[in-house]
Design a protein around this ligand. Structure first.
Ligand code: 13P
Length: 252
C-alpha cells in the first residue's frame, strides 16, 4: 500500500499569526508519525508565513487553488510560478467549493492540473458527487467525468505521483461522513478508471484520499479500506489536537 497521506485544507480560516501557531504545532506534532505524509493548505495570505515554519520539515505545503497561466491580466488570481516561489509543493484543484460556489469547470481543472505539473506542483485533484447526484444514481458518472478531465493531459509517469481526493459534496462540513464501504466503492472505481487510462502500475501508485467530515474517531475505519490512502480534512484540521489525531489514526 502507498504511504498514507493526510492533508489539512484550512479553507478561509486563520490570520497570519494563527496560521503560524497552527503550523508550528502540526510540524512538531507530526514528527511522532514519520510513517505518514502530511501537508497543510493554508489560505494564500498565510502561505509565506507557513512556508517559513515548515522549512526543513517533511510537511508539504499546498495552495487551495491557482490559475493555470504563469502571469497576465487575471485580477485576483495566483499563478503556479508564484506558488512555487512561496515554497508550495502541492495544490488542491477542483475542490467542490471551487466548482459549486465559484463556477470552476472540468475544463478549468484539466488545464490547472497540467499547469501544476509543468511547474513542479503535485496536484490534489478533487472529485465528488452532490446528494442529488447520489440519490439519482449518478455518482459514478460524475466522478468518472471529473477524474477523466483532471487526468486527461497527464502522462502515466506524472499521474503516478498525483493525488486524487474523493470528496462527496454531501459529506463536506455536514458531519455526515461517507461510510467506509461507500468510500471504498468509489475509491476502487477511481482506481479502475486510472488503470484503464494510465495503466495498472499507475493505478496502484496514485494516492486516493477521502474527504468529508473526517474526524479522529472515523479516520481509522476509513483508512482501513484497501483503496483509501489517506484523507483531505476540513473542519478537523483547524485545531492541532484533532488534526494530529487523524494523522495518528491513519497509521492503519
Ligand atoms: P470537512 O472535513 O469540514 O467536511 O471538509 C472536507 C473538505 O472539504 C476538505 O477539502
Amino acid at each position: 500500500m502507498a504511504r498514507p497521506f493526510v492533508v489539512g485544507n484550512w479553507k478561509m480560516h486563520k490570520t497570519i499569526a494563527e496560521a503560524r501557531a497552527l503550523a508550528i504545532a502540526v510540524r512538531d506534532g507530526a514528527r511522532a508519525f514519520p510513517e505518514i505524509d502530511v501537508a497543510v493548505a493554508p489560505p494564500f495570505t498565510a502561505l509565506a508565513a507557513v512556508a517559513e515554519v515548515l522549512k526543513g520539515s517533511t510537511i508539504g505545503l499546498a495552495a487551495q487553488t491557482m490559475h493555470e497561466a504563469t502571469h497576465g491580466a487575471y485580477t485576483g488570481e495566483i499563478a503556479p510560478t508564484m506558488l512555487r516561489d512561496l515554497g508550495c509543493t502541492h495544490v488542491i484543484l477542483g475542490h467542490s467549493e471551487r466548482r459549486h460556489l465559484f463556477g470552476e469547470t472540468d475544463i478549468n481543472v484539466m488545464k490547472k492540473a497540467r499547469a501544476a505539473l509543468d511547474h513542479g506542483l503535485v496536484p490534489i485533484l478533487c472529485v465528488g458527487e452532490t446528494l442529488q447526484e447520489r440519490e439519482t444514481s449518478r455518482t459514478f458518472d460524475v466522478v468518472e467525468r471529473q477524474a477523466e478531465h483532471a487526468l486527461r493531459h497527464i502522462t502515466p509517469q506524472e499521474a503516478a505521483g498525483c493525488v486524487l481526493a474523493y470528496e462527496p459534496v454531501w459529506a463536506i462540513g455536514t458531519g455526515k461522513t461517507a461510510s467506509p464501504a461507500q468510500a471504498q466503492e468509489v475509491h476502487a472505481f477511481l482506481r479502475k478508471l486510472v488503470a484503464r487510462s494510465h495503466g495498472d502500475s499507475v493505478a496502484r501508485s496514485i494516492r486516493v484520499l477521502y474527504g468529508g467530515s473526517v474526524k479522529p474517531d472515523n479516520a481509522a475505519s476509513l483508512i482501513s479500506e484497501p483503496d483509501v490512502d489517506g484523507s483531505l480534512v476540513g473542519g478537523a484540521c483547524l485545531e492541532t489536537g484533532s488534526f494530529l489525531g487523524i494523522v495518528q489514526a491513519s497509521r492503519g
